[in-house]
Design a protein around this ligand. Structure first.
Ligand code: UDP
Ligand code: MG
Length: 203
């Protein structure tokens, strides 16, 4: 998928800001996120490259069950490059922004508590069409419905305690990257096996 230009990203984010504001009728601190996101987008996307960066959060369910390594290994084996990774405790503000699309659901409080039950591990993952690839690897939301072979399908029995979060679009990935990482926490370094991971015309 083509990366967005700065102008396109800005207008998309503007729409998203308005949409979120209208839906929940409250102000979000998205201005800062938008500015940071433009910076990240400029850094990672240029119109000539199909490379994307996406965000994965290894949820408290992954940490408590001791499967961090196994889940991370799946992304590595696929050929995806890890360009950022850290453990952090999610703040109220982070969870509220991150799950703003679920704010009016009766189970919102439960999700919040679940995401703050322990630290999480946030990862920034880079690859061609990686947003879509990682969503496929994660599987559908409900672990009981997720296909065997997917992370949620292999490790999850729950809708809520479903091991991983994965950005659902390139725009969301940009916003989430800025939400969970600072610029110095995202790395650019050569991937020496790149010629064996992709053909020339795929890069
Ligand atoms: N969730 C839940 N109950 C629901 C829907 C969602 O507990 O009925 C939780 C679940 O942990 C999910 C997260 O809220 O991963 C975000 O929901 P979303 O619909 O964005 O699913 P995802 O993108 O994670 O598959
Ligand atoms: Mg989602």
């Amino acid at each position: 998928m083509r990366c967005l230009s700065l102008f396109e990203t800005a207008s998309l984010l503007k729409k998203r800001m308005f949409f979120i504001w209208k839906r929940n009728n409250k102000k979000f601190t998205l201005k800062l996120i938008r500015e940071k996101n433009l910076h990240f987008t400029a850094h990672f996307c240029n119109s000539m490259s199909p490379m994307q960066v996406t965000v994965v959060i290894l949820k408290p369910s992954a940490i408590q069950r001791g499967i961090l390594g196994e889940v991370i290994a799946r992304f590595e084996r696929k050929g995806i490059q890890v360009v950022g990774m850290k453990m952090l405790s999610l703040t109220d503000e982070m969870v509220s922004e991150h799950y703003a699309h679920l704010a009016d659901k009766p189970f919102f409080g439960r999700i919040k508590k679940s995401m703050q039950a322990s630290p999480v591990v946030a990862m920034a993952l880079k690859g061609v069409d990686v947003v879509n690839v990682v969503r496929q690897l994660a599987g559908v939301t409900n672990g009981r419905d997720a296909q065997p072979g997917t992370i949620r399908g292999d490790y999850g029995m729950s809708v809520q305690e479903n091991i991983v979060h994965a950005s659902d679009s390139p725009e969301a990935a940009g916003i989430e990257l800025a939400r969970f990482f600072s610029e110095s926490e995202i790395f650019t370094y050569p991937q020496f096996l790149l010629p064996f991971t992709y053909a020339n015309d795929e890069l």
